[in-house]
Design a protein around this ligand. Structure first.
Ligand SMILES: [Zn+2]
Ligand SMILES: [Zn+2]
Length: 240
């Protein structure tokens, strides 16, 4: 079980089906320490962002910490992303992933270049989500090298493996690349349905098999997750 899940969708993404309050209630019941609500940026169809959530909401559950986040999309190949810049000062964690608004069928070099351009341009990015998406091949080693130098974590995404959306070998290759390059990882559920919250069963064996050190997982527990987030707080600014 992930103690502090940094990738969770709510009903504000077309892909999530639960409210933040339902997620909080479930988190309390299963005993996880906290999670980040990371709905999509507005480039994807059906996306919505709720300003009162970012500006005014405080968790009513003292024993479950909630972070406010966004999973951004690439806007173009120059590394622009669709972060809600007007809310950036309220945002704790910024994820970036390649999603269907980005053209399919390009080379691994092209997608890697896009992600690297985005990391360089947007200091606010904390985690690159699902780099092992079969639709958008990525050079894991080159990305891990760049992520490491920027203090960005690469995600080991439970949902993609659990739902067989990508092959398990891709996750092994990603973890080995992070290991070789000394890049930290975030282990996240990418919850779309509430019972997925905190799940890491599909990827936990990969970490064990590869000997990936627990100390290199940024959200290995509540303390490490919050230290990672707070350590990057000063980056939550719009690029000049
Ligand atoms: Zn995603
Ligand atoms: Zn997601």
């Amino acid at each position: 079980m992930i103690q502090f899940d940094l990738h969770v969708h709510s009903i504000f993404s077309q892909c999530g089906i639960h409210t933040v309050l339902e997620l909080l209630d479930y988190a309390k019941n299963i005993g996880i320490k906290g999670f980040a609500v990371t709905d999509h940026g507005l480039t994807l169809p059906g996306g919505r962002l709720n300003s009162p959530f970012f500006e005014r909401f405080r968790s009513p559950c003292p024993d479950v910490r909630i972070l406010k986040g966004v999973e951004c999309n690439l806007v173009n190949d120059r590394g622009e992303i669709d972060a809600p810049w007007h809310l950036i000062k309220f945002i704790d964690v910024v994820l970036l992933g390649i999603h269907p608004n980005t053209p399919k069928g390009l080379s691994a070099d092209a997608y890697t270049d896009m992600l690297i351009a985005a990391i360089r341009r947007n200091k606010c990015i904390d985690i690159i989500t699902h780099p092992n998406d079969v639709t958008y091949p990525v050079d894991y080693k080159r990305l891990a090298r760049e992520a490491k130098s920027a203090g960005v974590a690469l995600e080991l995404n439970n949902s993609k493996i659990m739902l067989a959306r990508t092959g398990i070998e891709s996750a092994y290759d990603l973890v080995r690349a992070c290991l070789d390059e000394g890049c930290r990882m975030a282990v996240n559920s990418d919850t779309h349905a509430i019972h997925e919250l905190g799940l890491d069963d599909s990827v936990r064996p990969i970490l064990k098999d590869t000997g990936f050190p627990d100390g290199m997982i940024v959200n290995r527990d509540e303390k490490s997750a919050l230290e990672f987030i707070e350590g990057r707080r000063g980056n939550k600014v719009k690029p000049a």
